[in-house]
Design a protein around this ligand. Structure first.
Ligand code: ZN
Length: 323
């Protein structure tokens, strides 16, 4: 075996990076006084292979460019730092200790030491030369740096990245879940104005959901919700209530509010045959375009530090009931 292909390497005080084998190697774990193991793989360590006295943590992740690690970095930081604060030694590992777990350790050091991505990468590489996070993880670590080492759902580049990564019917639920996590983790989330159904006042979407593709088409600056008029076409992030998007074989159609009123026409646009199969590495838009079809009302949505929705004041009315 190449001498550089170690099972496990010490990266920082109490912080180890290694492969799958070492996670169940009682001698190596005890020799390094490791009390906690963080597994970054699609499967957790089998219960019957776990070593008594060791706490096992698991982040579900595959090693490919379409895997999201970024929205887990706050959680993995808390796990690693929680161990270190208690003076415990922790092992972060994946199958080879090269890509997934390396990315998690790099993200941890970036936030802990406020290090730019490249500096943290070099720091880890000095201790474990075989690390090589895949291209998708490298992009995510750069985005993590851009967001000052914390999830920031106000960051349009982050929102667009998440949608491009997940723009696939099979991944819509994951997308909604991770977007919600990011929004809850973001202090002072700016929802902007809210657009509500004219019939039932259900909140359809907010300014924050208007895709930045809008900016590219219509100039810079946040798209004003109150500037929207019926029949205008806009690009927005999908919302959980849009049941039509989960239906197979439809790339366009009508969107109904929960009250059954038709509120918009939608069209899913990608350069690919299946409108919802996206390539996250492509710079092409994975667009979700809607045309507002019915009178909606707009109201201010008050920024909430916990990311929750608080109802605000209706600011204008733009109804067109003759649809
Ligand atoms: Zn409604």
């Amino acid at each position: 075996m190449n001498a550089r292909h170690e099972d496990i390497d010490l990266i920082d005080n109490c912080l180890h990076l290694g492969n799958r084998l070492v996670a169940t190697d009682v001698c190596k774990l005890f020799a390094r006084k490791i009390t906690d193991v963080l597994t970054v793989m699609d499967e957790p360590i089998d219960v019957d292979k776990r070593i008594a006295g060791i706490r096992y943590h698991h982040i579900d992740a595959e090693d490919n460019a379409r895997q999201d690690l970024l929205t887990h970095f706050d959680n993995t930081y808390d796990i690693i730092d929680g161990c270190r604060q208690l003076g415990h030694s922790v092992l972060v590992h994946c199958r080879a200790g090269v890509s997934r777990s390396a990315a998690v350790v790099i993200a941890y050091l970036m936030r802990k030491r406020q290090l730019p991505f490249h500096d943290a990468l070099e720091l880890v590489r000095n201790c474990r030369p075989i690390i090589r996070p895949n291209e998708g993880f490298m992009d995510q670590l750069r985005l993590f740096e851009r967001m000052d080492y914390r999830l920031n759902a106000n960051d349009r580049q982050f929102r667009q990245w998440l949608w491009r990564l997940c723009a696939n019917r099979d991944r819509l639920d994951y997308y909604y879940e991770r977007r919600t996590v990011a929004e809850w983790m973001t202090p002072g989330l700016h929802w902007g104005q809210q657009l509500v159904c004219a019939d039932c006042e259900f909140a359809l979407f907010s300014q924050i959901h208007i895709n930045s593709d809008f900016d590219e088409m219509y100039g810079s600056g946040a798209a004003p919700v109150t500037g929207l008029v019926n029949n205008q076409r806009i690009y927005i992030e999908p919302k959980e209530w849009m049941a039509e998007l989960s239906a197979p074989d439809h790339s366009y159609g009508f969107i109904k509010c929960r009250c059954d009123a038709i509120v918009a026409e939608y069209e899913l646009l990608t350069p690919y045959e299946d409108p919802l199969v996206a390539n996250p590495l492509s710079s092409k838009h994975q667009c979700f375009k809607i045309r507002l079809m019915r009178g909606q009302t707009f109201r201010d949505q008050i920024t909430d530090t916990k990311g929750g929705n608080r109802r605000g004041i209706r600011t204008s009315f733009n109804a067109s009931k003759e649809f």
